[in-house]
Write a protein that binds this ligand. Structure first.
Ligand code: KIV
Ligand code: ZN
Length: 514
């Protein structure tokens, strides 16, 4: 039996730090349930001191999840740790993750503290966290740019203080695989009590090396990897969970460890996170991109048909890809619909949510004969957001004719009052967005507009993502429909609705300690 590699998922915390990726409490619960089905060991659910919303989301995840440890992030400050401890009270298994920066530049310029002060605060924080749980993780932030002698001192002291996991973050994605692997080996070798803690790594992807750095650390003895679904995260993101897990599994000849993940849930999780955050997955993304297992070139197809392993190193089914399979149809009833979604890890919080989703399903089934799991996920994300929206799309008519300027007529219900307007544009989508803007007057800048098909075929739903910006505030919106102009209007309104309910939160690494 090989060692176990602990998979610590931080999609709900570091992933949420991606500009525009903030999630509501209900969305976090949906993702947490999917992660539990994926059998991740630890779910970092948020930064409870950041805002009341964050606190409540961590609390809700802690109260819901039974099979994974739920973790809350806290700066090395008593008040942060108390807030995390409170949020995690209901958890079947809780962890507090506390951190303080250790690189010269962070200590001098951000914290304005000496190394000795930092060490003292870290030890105090770990001891304080131990009053809430014996499962405490300590991170020397920006370890990738910290001095190794100081890292050895602070890690030894925090292990003595009761930290059972020591996480080595490459906060700014600066290290290289060989250096990072050696760093882990050297820390384990030089720190006298290193055998009392599990060494973990947390790599950012600024140089596109987050997964490579994490894997190099694993080869050198790290036994926890912090990662996110689809590699979501601050700036260029974190190490992608699916890539780390499948590398360890596929190259078991190299890695002396295994994970307990139910890898067939990977694609479902990837889709869910992409739907909820509005961050599309690029087609050529390893493991979860739509092309990841597509063998386009004739020679490859021929090889794969003769013997699969000629060109395939993993089985698509092992990560949850399956040939598009019809799962429900026009005649499926409400119970079949609810049961099927339960099987996908989707539950409704109220009858109202179920009714809206079921109505949307029936509408879709009228337009599209075969409904696949991918359709259901897109449809449910859409339906659940609609229930809580302040601005609702009531009607949309577009006219697009060769040689004529396209125009759109839009009716919106804004806080219970209906209004209609028409506008012209360079295309039907442009006209629709202009009409919506005439009614809403948000003056947001459209940064990104993307359309992807949810399944194959011309009757497939189009999934539209938009990214809007105003005065530095960024929101993502998404919408799905078999009509891509309607999907576009939904995505635009979804983003505007998020702007109307901005999530106020502190950023764990940017706010100064007080
Ligand atoms: O990147 C980082 O250093 C972090 C820490 C809070 C672990 O996210
Ligand atoms: Zn991070």
């Amino acid at each position: 039996m090989t060692d176990k590699l602990i998979i610590f998922d931080t999609t709900l915390r570091d992933g949420e730090q991606s500009p525009g990726a903030s999630m509501t409490k209900d969305e976090k619960i949906r993702i947490a349930k999917a992660l539990e089905k994926l059998r991740v060991d630890v779910i970092e659910a948020g930064f409870p001191i950041a805002s009341l919303g964050d606190f409540e989301a961590v609390q809700a995840v802690a109260n819901t999840i039974k099979d994974s440890t739920v973790c809350g992030l806290a700066r090395a400050l008593e008040k942060d740790i108390d807030r995390a401890g409170d949020a995690l009270k209901g958890a079947a298994s809780a962890r507090i993750h506390t951190f303080i920066a250790t690189s010269p530049i962070h200590m001098q310029e951000k914290l304005c503290m000496s190394p000795d002060q930092v060490l003292e605060q870290a030890v105090k924080a770990v001891k304080h966290a131990r009053q809430y749980t014996d499962n405490v993780e300590f991170s020397p932030e920006d370890a990738g740019r910290s001095e190794i002698d100081f890292l050895c001192r602070i890690i030894e002291a925090t292990i003595d203080a009761g930290a059972g996991t020591i996480n080595i973050p490459d906060t700014v994605g600066y290290t290289l695989p060989e250096y990072f692997g050696h760093l882990i080996a050297e820390l384990r070798e030089r720190i006298p009590n290193s055998d009392k803690a599990i060494f973990s790594v947390h790599c950012h992807n600024d140089l596109g090396l987050a997964v490579a750095n994490s894997l190099s650390a694993v080869i050198n003895g790290a036994r926890q990897v912090e990662c996110t679904i689809n590699g979501l995260g601050e700036r260029a993101g974190n190490a992608a969970l699916e890539e780390v897990v499948m590398a360890v599994r596929t190259r078991h000849d190299i890695f002396p460890c295994h994970t307990d993940l139910e890898t067939t849930q990977i694609v479902t999780c990837s889709r869910l996170v992409s739907n909820i955050t509005g961050f599309p997955v690029q087609p050529n993304k390893a493991i979860v991109g739509t092309n990841a297992f597509a063998h386009e070139a004739g020679i490859h197809q021929d090889g794969v048909l003769k013997h699969r392993q000629t060109y395939e190193i993993m089985k698509a089914e092992d990560v949850g890809w399956h040939a598009n399979r019809m799962v429900l149809g026009k005649h499926s009833g409400r119970n079949a619909f609810r049961n099927h979604l339960q099987g996908l890890g989707i539950e409704f919080n109220s009858e109202e949510e179920l009714n809206v989703a079921f109505t949307r399903f029936k509408e879709l089934a009228d337009k599209k004969h075969e409904i696949f799991n991918e359709d259901l996920q897109a449809l449910v994300t859409d339906a659940l957001t609609i229930v809580h929206e302040q601005i609702k799309l009531v009607a949309l008519r577009v006219c697009s004719e060769m040689g004529e300027t396209p125009h759109a007529s839009v009716t919106l219900n804004i806080n219970g009052i209906e209004n209609s307007v028409s506008a012209k544009g360079s295309g039907p989508v442009d006209a629709t967005f202009k009409a919506i803007e005439t009614l809403v007057n948000s003056n947001m800048n459209l940064l990104v507009y993307s359309v992807n098909n949810v399944t194959n075929g011309t009757d497939a739903q189009g999934e539209v993502g938009v990214r809007l910006e105003k005065e530095g505030q960024i929101v993502n919106g998404q919408g799905a429909d078999t009509d891509i102009v309607i999907a576009s209007a939904k995505a635009y309104l979804n983003a505007l609705n998020k702007i109307l309910n901005p999530v106020e939160r502190k950023h764990p690494q940017v706010v100064q300690p007080v």
